[in-house]
Design a binder for this molecule. Structure first.
Ligand code: ZN
Length: 145
């Protein structure tokens, strides 16, 4: 039953992706490509100080990669950089290990079934790999003021 609910959420986000647009005022961005499946996406972040103020993406890909980017951008808003990186680690563990599902993942647990389909893991993690490179973008010049 739970699996059905998870599948419904993934389907909903793949058909009606949230935050699927170019983000005005983005100061971090990165592109990701998963050649195994042909998924492509471009991720935009607007960071203020150390906090993700807004996140969005554009791209084309399979249902899993689109739903993952949609749910990821929803989850990121309001997180600090290190919280976002921690979430990335948890998400990666969820898909690649038998680690127990933790509360911190929130809605992202809907992807736990993907661990049974190794070929799709890259689809689900594409947005997150892209997030990592976006966060590692060159910082804006720092002032000592
Ligand atoms: Zn895919």
């Amino acid at each position: 039953m739970v699996d059905d609910l998870y599948q419904e959420t993934i389907l909903d986000h793949s058909k009606h992706p949230r935050n699927c647009h170019v983000l005005g005022g983005a100061n971090h961005q990165a592109e990701g490509y998963n050649p195994l499946c042909g998924d492509k996406l471009k991720l935009y972040l607007r960071m203020k100080d150390d906090v993700v103020e807004d996140a969005s993406f554009v791209g084309s890909g399979c249902a899993i990669s689109t739903a993952s980017a949609s749910l990821m951008t929803e989850s990121l808003k309001g997180l600090k950089r290190d919280e976002a990186l921690k979430l990335l680690e948890r998400f990666h563990d969820l898909l690649t290990t038998d680690s127990p599902v933790t509360q911190e993942l929130g809605k992202l647990v809907v992807f736990c079934g993907v661990r049974d389909y190794p070929a799709r893991v890259k689809c689900a993690t594409l947005a997150w790999h892209t997030l990592k490179s976006a966060l590692e973008n060159k910082e804006e010049p720092v002032t000592t003021e």
